[in-house]
Design a protein around this ligand. Structure first.
Ligand code: GAL
Length: 625
């Protein structure tokens, strides 16, 4: 996205009435009154704006709300009502006599500055609600990603240096214990060398890659590969990449200039031949997010030069996006959808099939990041790695099971879902619920694709502009009708903000009046989840893995409250891009209310037929609340 303007400085003129937010941020949600330095950094800096995916897109949650994107490939510094230009009327107070003094009183505008004189383009996205502004932003870039159905199942990453046999054994343990799992992720150790990477299989640990992938596929698992972009000098790929790489190395590896088509093609051809041909389903794109000024030095410096003419600073800002596009294109060529993880991203990322993660591992910040990401066309995975104790483990698993990607990353801990026996049953239940919700989640992603609505989103995007909701960063919405309030270890109760209307406890059906706060006593077995009155939620059985096109899946459909309801269930083959060519369908589920209050559910008669994807049946109804 080259900047198109002439100037390097822009000042908004509209009064800044609401609460701006920028990309993936862990420290806060509302950035008004602060200066943000939006540089990609693997080591998220405490409240400066630097993270894995800073996005210069902000939403002003006023009436009407709107969004604005500062479109530039370079680091953008944003002064969010934190500066005051001459000529503005601000109170001048004598600090020696007036306790209300402020060195910089709040301003009324956003100023965006780009170092080095590069241009910028400013795109404004109309509301009227904050959700509308975000939808328009996502749609402008092509709509949100629609993952393969299996991508929404549970993921497990095995420890580094595991052999093929150890991986298969670990995966089988999921089946033996009846814990659903769809994806097995390999960490460093599958390459013949990592740090930097050869991108070739290790002949001892993985002597027969295609047979290994096929053995897992036979039991319903897909394989995801960890990699970073730095090419080992001994890699067969090195000779081709050498003339297309930058002036500096990373971990001793070549840094390919992947903004060049020739570099992308060389990497794509090798990946296709060595990974996709063996049946690999996706990647975890790691360590494409460094900055030389912090402790993580896995990046070329800002002054590095590249064959495309870009310098290191610019390339660092776009590397994660370019890496995502390169790998998505690979799968698209084979008409196979992928879903994976990435450590760096930026603007215009909604259509890319990647979810962000971090090493930060603070549970509260994870949930805040999950909320904030949704306002900027990003998806975030609050992955589970380890825990202080069983309670902490359970609370983390319960939250991640409502995230855009639900994953246990055991790369260094070697943990399993059942590692804390005292909570193993509850952990299984949380993962099973994730699997049961799959048709609902898949539909939420279809909406992300078609109308830009983030599948998991901050309360600020609930359509109800009430101020406390706009600021809530410890609860979120999933799909159209579910509200999830994670619990953090040690909490015995928590408050939940409910938007206007009636809400029902997802488990018991108990009704709560919305439009305010409710205090909920927490239980170990589950975290508070509420369904909107009238919600119709289809649940499938907790199968070992996601169903395949052509399978018949029974549905239990829950309906909440004493009001009519409707749900349009999206379906397609769950694997290919055929949906882009029209091979999809919506199935209608309705609930009517008789005068005596009794409810009747009607499932779309086409349910029972195999569509482009699944057949659904038998359909049973459960009345809640
Ligand atoms: C880190 C990454 C971890 C894990 C590890 C393997 O950079 O965040 O999730 O993949 O590398 O070395």
């Amino acid at each position: 996205m080259p900047g198109a303007g002439n100037g390097c400085r822009a000042r908004g003129t509209a009064p800044l009435g609401g609460k701006p937010r920028w990309g993936l941020q862990f420290a806060r949600f509302n950035h008004r009154g602060r200066t943000r330095y939006l540089r990609v950094n693997s080591d998220p800096q405490e409240d400066t704006g630097e993270t894995h995916a800073p996005v210069p897109f902000y939403v002003v949650a006023g009436t009407p709300a709107y969004g604005a994107l500062i479109d530039a490939d370079r680091i953008v510094t944003l002064h969010v009502a934190s500066t005051v230009c001459r000529g503005r009327d601000v109170p001048v107070r004598d600090r020696t006599t007036d306790r209300r003094w402020q060195a910089t009183p709040p301003g009324d505008a956003v100023e965006a500055v780009i170092a080095g004189g590069a241009g910028m383009r400013i795109l404004v996205f109309a509301g009227p609600t904050a959700l509308d502004a975000v939808r328009r932003y996502n749609l402008f870039f092509g709509g949100g990603t629609l993952p393969p159905r299996w991508g929404l199942g549970f993921w497990h990453r095995t420890p580094t240096r595991f052999t093929a046999d150890q991986v298969v054994e670990e995966a089988r343990e999921y089946r033996r214990r009846g814990v659903p799992c769809d994806v097995i992720g390999l960490e460093p150790g599958w390459h013949s060398a990592a740090y930097p990477c050869t991108f070739e299989w290790d002949p001892e640990r993985f002597p027969a890659p295609a047979a290994f992938v096929a053995a897992l596929a036979a039991e319903g698992f897909r394989v995801n590969l960890w990699e970073h972009p730095w090419v080992a000098p001994r890699a067969p790929l090195a000779a081709e990449v050498e003339p297309l790489a930058g002036s500096h190395t990373v971990w001793g590896g070549l840094a390919p200039d992947i903004t060049l088509p020739a570099a992308r093609e060389a990497i794509a051809a090798q990946h296709d031949r060595v990974h996709l041909a063996a049946g690999v389903a996706g990647y975890k794109l790691d360590e494409c997010d460094g900055s030389e000024l912090t402790r993580s030095s896995w990046m070329f410096p800002a002054h590095a030069t590249f064959p495309s003419g870009r310098d290191g600073e610019e390339l660092r800002q776009v590397y994660g996006l370019a890496f995502q596009r390169l790998t998505e294109e690979l799968f698209r060529r084979r008409d196979r959808r992928t879903y994976g993880l990435v450590r760096a991203s930026g603007p215009a990322a909604a259509p890319l099939p990647y979810v962000l993660y971090t090493d930060l591992y603070d549970h509260r910040r994870y949930v805040r990041a999950l909320c904030g990401a949704s306002v900027s066309g990003l998806l975030f995975c609050p992955e589970v790695r380890s825990a202080r104790d069983g309670e902490d483990w359970l609370r983390r698993v319960q939250a991640v099971c409502f995230a855009p990607l639900a994953m246990l990353d055991a790369w260094s801990s070697g943990t399993k879902p059942w590692s804390f026996p005292e909570v193993a049953d509850a952990v299984r239940q949380a993962i099973a619920l994730r699997m049961r919700l799959l048709p609902y989640l898949y539909t939420a992603f279809a909406r992300y694709h078609l109308d830009g609505t983030p599948p998991v989103r901050a309360m600020a995007l609930c359509g109800d502009g009430a101020a406390p909701l706009a600021l809530a960063d410890d609860q979120f919405l999933v799909g159209e009708d579910l509200l999830v309030a994670p619990v953090f270890a040690g909490e015995r109760e928590r408050t939940v903000l409910l938007p206007a209307g009636t809400w029902h406890d997802f488990q018991t059906g108990e009704a709560f009046a919305g439009g305010g706060e409710v205090l909920v006593r927490t239980e170990m077995e589950r975290i508070p989840v509420f369904a909107r009155a009238g919600a119709v939620i289809p649940l499938m059985p907790d199968l070992a893995h996601a169903p395949h096109a052509g399978d018949t899946v029974p549905l239990e459909v829950l309906h909440f409250g004493q009001c009519p309801g409707r749900f349009a269930l999206y379906d397609d083959d769950g694997e290919t891009y055929a949906y882009e060519r029209g091979a999809w369908r919506w199935l209608d589920f309705r609930v009517e209310l008789a005068l005596d209050g009794s409810r009747t559910g009607t499932a779309d008669p086409r349910c029972a037929e195999v569509g482009p994807g699944l057949a659904y049946g038998p359909v049973t109804w459960r009345w809640m609340g």
